[in-house]
Design a binder for this molecule. Structure first.
Ligand code: 26Y
Length: 819
């Protein structure tokens, strides 16, 4: 009885209603007639959790009993999106819930809209983590996702007079029904102080860390349900709390108010997600966050998931930690410290275990995105860890010198310790040395990682490096987001594609089936209508009917080149308003942007302002009425993505080649039947190879051409001089036309393009314009366009995160599903 889980409520409508009303009464303490929409949403969430509970408990039991190897996914970010829809999908409760609620006079869609998404991530990397844990649960692979329960997730973006203004994301304000706090299982995490050497009774010298302060990590568990398979894995996010010991130390000074303030200080650690996603700020609090969640997570697994008498020499048989970029890399010295200082391992024994426990995924190519922690800061916050890192580095450099005798320059190049501009630890090097496998996130990226970012390391250990191309979950991004397309697909080829996405291939013959094509167009049109209704209510934006929907959604970055898209729009506007082009020759098009800028990233914020200013002019120009429209709904997030992507016709993936590690929005859009206009970058390369050149609009330089132009010296001004269309567009911005006559409003954006243009937007401008002409030509032939769109769906099943997880299992984790 003690181990028997609770039973599952009945899957009948009656059973559901009983459970729902019970939750409303007992959890919310209200009757149906007195309940608010929030009460109803919370009760519905509890009800759905009850259906998952037995499976969750059973999953834990089964995994422990089988002593199966677990994936410990270590990620500072999880961009989960709303939970309710996914939980209903995973339990097959959609219809039952919808009918049951109707009996109560309630509407499921209204309750779903009440949920505030947990936005505990910045963008691609955080969303990838969410897709991966979904796939592992669906594939019956034991996984614990470890991360931070930020009290404030990614900021809420608003526009004030066209400028981005950030608001705190109060996602917990109305209650958070999906989490299970376990304060009794809190873990203490130490910081600061110094280390001491002491000789024990056995005559051995040991190091002791004498920390100065500590905090508690409180685990909050979240269910990660597999799709219709009975498995429910766990996502464990840590929240920081002050400890008694911590309070006392300051309380002893006799200042009570100060002691209470100190409590706030400790709790700051999990207060807010840092909104930068490329340039690390080297902030002390960020390092505290990283160590905090990693220390909690390692301790948690050893203390709670392993048997009491487990021999830690065998740890790699039971867990493999995946380092999601460098953010959790402090886990490497932490595991060494645990084994040596707390479990009495010898150095070599500890290293043997550690190097078999970790693998590292790199998500970038931008040099400025690689984390380097100043040794001054590391030594002050984690003195023992810095010592351990120095020793790992010394032993590693010995190996380098042995492999390349006499090559001291190489050894210095490969050192984990950078000397300039200040002494710091290169976390990517530490990760690479400790990891069994290092992977990039798309073929091109993995190749550039080997050849350009870590060439010395790949020369030393060629077999350590591998590629796993990213993927996205078909559950959330097709089945949930696009029910109409999902039904159309299932009617044609059955529903197996939801967990076996390569089966979309079976759609290929339908690309020539007139009836299917007609239905496919109807689905797109209906999705556009759905989006129109949403944007009207959400943002007051009117989407015109019958337009090509041209979508660019991603974080705002110079390398992603939203400015190139903008130059296209400004150029169309300029040509029509100056009479060079007749509006009737334009393909009716609505461009939709979605993008947040890091709050301290000036050029990115100015670009947002410029987009909004251009949008205002374009949308007010009578000549362009019904022909060109620019929409920029604020606060792009997972919830909005699920509405936008199914409606899109054209997917903009226009980064400078060699800059976008993979991209995942590109995959979501293609899977939903958008055609891509894109450069030869990241996973675009693989998308184009799979869908075929005819069904992908390629433009711009490729990576070798970019490198060549860079080497010979890039002069953006020469493109301005020689390309009249480009010059007219830039001149119009410079004239103050979009800034009420202020000619300097957009200097940061325009002068930057003219003088530096680090990401070579001007060099790719003409090629982009030419590719857009081909887009219009194809779109004019609706039969041909629809055919291409269907083939995009049929040929992109490879980009399922299930496939990505299979690749990790085979190439990196060396484990298999439980069944
Ligand atoms: C260190 C800190 C400033 C930082 C925080 C977040 C640095 C980077 C990030 C996030 C990076 C990120 O989201 N990278 C994206 O990862 C995706 C998943 O692999 C890729 O598809 C995408 O190309 C890459 O930009």
């Amino acid at each position: 009885l003690a181990t028997a889980p609770v039973g599952m409520p009945s899957h009948s409508v009656d059973g559901f209603v009983r459970e729902f009303l019970h939750e409303l009464n007992t959890n919310q303490g209200v009757t149906l007639s007195r309940s608010s929409v929030n009460d109803q949403y919370l009760a519905l969430a509890s009800t759905v959790k009850n259906y998952l509970m037995a499976r969750w408990l059973e999953t834990g039991r089964k995994t422990r009993e089988a002593k199966a190897k677990t994936i410990g996914y270590l990620s500072a970010e999880y961009l989960l999106g709303r939970q309710l829809g996914n939980a209903l999908l995973a339990t097959d409760l959609n219809e039952v819930a919808s009918k049951g609620l109707e009996l109560c006079g309630l509407d499921l869609a209204t309750l779903r809209a009440q949920e505030v998404e947990p936005g505990l991530g910045n963008g691609g990397l955080g969303r990838l983590a969410a897709c991966f844990i979904d796939s592992l649960a669906t594939m019956d692979v034991p996984c614990i996702g470890y991360g931070i329960r930020y009290e404030y997730g990614i900021f809420r973006q608003t526009f004030v007079d066209g400028r981005q203004v950030e608001q705190p994301d109060t996602w917990l304000a109305l209650g958070s029904p999906w989490e299970f706090p376990h304060p009794e299982a809190s873990v203490q995490v130490n910081f600061g102080g110094h280390t001491e050497k002491a000789t024990g009774a056995d005559g051995k010298e040991r190091t002791r860390w004498v920390p100065a302060w500590n905090v508690l990590g409180v685990p909050y568990n979240y269910m990660v349900p597999g799709y219709l398979n009975g498995r429910v894995n766990t996502l464990r996010l840590w929240s920081a709390q002050a400890t008694k010991a911590f309070d006392l130390q300051i309380f002893n000074s006799g200042d009570y108010a100060q002691a209470v303030r100190a409590q706030t200080f400790a709790e700051n650690i999990s207060k807010v997600l840092y909104p930068e996603d490329s340039t690390p700020q080297g902030k002390e609090l960020r390092l505290q966050q990283q160590y905090f969640f990693v220390a909690c997570s390692l301790r948690d697994f050893i203390d709670n998931e392993l048997e009491e008498d487990f021999d830690l020499h065998n740890l790699p048989e039971r867990i493999t930690y995946q380092l999601n970029d460098t953010h959790p890399v402090i886990a490497v010295p932490e595991l060494m410290r645990l084994l040596i200082d707390e479990h009495d391992f010898a150095w070599d024994e500890a290293w043997e275990v550690t190097r078999h426990c970790f693998n590292y995924t790199c998500h970038t190519l931008l040099p400025e995105a690689l984390e380097v922690w100043p040794t001054e800061l590391l030594g002050r916050l984690l003195p023992r860890h810095l010592e351990i890192i120095y020793q790992i580095n010394e032993e590693f450099l010995d190996d380098v010198r042995e492999a390349f005798p006499g090559d001291e320059i190489r050894a210095r190049r490969m050192s984990m310790i950078a000397e300039h501009p200040e002494r710091g630890v290169r976390m990517a090097y530490l990760a690479t040395v400790a990891a069994s496998k290092v992977n990039g996130v798309a073929e091109l990226h993995s190749q550039l990682l080997r050849d350009k970012v870590l060439p010395d390391f790949s020369e030393l250990w060629p077999d350590k490096f591998t590629n796993v191309t990213n993927g996205v979950t078909p559950r959330r991004f097709v089945k949930l987001a696009n029910p109409r397309l999902s039904d159309l697909i299932s009617d044609a080829i059955g529903s197996g594609w939801v967990t076996d996405l390569e089966r979309l291939k079976e759609l290929e013959p339908y690309a020539d089936d007139p009836e299917f094509k007609e239905k496919f167009r109807e689905v797109k049109a209906a999705n556009k209508t759905r989006l129109t209704t949403l944007l009207k209510a959400r943002d007051g934006i009117e989407l015109p009917d019958g337009h090509l929907l041209d979508v660019m959604v991603k974080r705002l970055h110079e390398y992603k080149r939203q400015s190139l898209k903008l130059l296209h729009i400004v150029s169309l506007y300029e040509q029509v308003t100056s009479g060079k082009l007749s509006a009737s020759d334009l393909t009716p098009r609505t461009v939709v942007f979605g993008a947040k800028a890091a709050p301290g990233y000036k050029i990115a914020k100015d670009t947002i302002y410029l987009i909004n200013k251009v949008a205002a002019k374009v949308n007010a120009a009578p000549e362009l009425e019904g022909r060109l429209k620019v929409a920029f709904p604020a606060n792009y997030n997972v919830t909005l993505a699920e509405e936008l992507i199914p409606a899109a016709d054209l997917s903009e993936q226009i980064s400078l080649a060699g800059m976008e590690a993979s991209g995942t929005g590109n995959m979501k859009l293609a899977l939903n039947g958008a055609l891509t206009i894109g450069t030869d970058d990241g996973a675009n390369v693989e998308i184009r190879r799979l869908v075929g050149d005819k069904h992908f609009f390629l433009f711009g330089m490729n990576e070798p051409q970019v490198a060549e132009l860079s080497a010979k010296g890039y002069d953006p001004g020469s493109y301005y001089q020689s390309n009249e269309q480009l010059r007219s567009a830039l001149d119009l911005i410079l004239s103050g036309h979009f800034s009420d006559g202020d000619q300097h409003q957009f200097d940061s954006v325009v002068f930057n393009l003219l003088n530096e243009d680090r990401f070579m937007a001007l060099a790719d401008f003409q090629s982009y314009i030419d590719a857009q002409a081909k887009v219009e030509e194809r779109y004019a032939d609706q039969e041909a366009w629809t055919r291409s769109a269907i083939l995009n769906v049929a040929r992109t099943g490879y980009f399922s995160s299930d496939r990505a997880m299979r690749d990790y299992l085979q190439r990196i984790w060396h484990t298999t599903p439980m069944i």
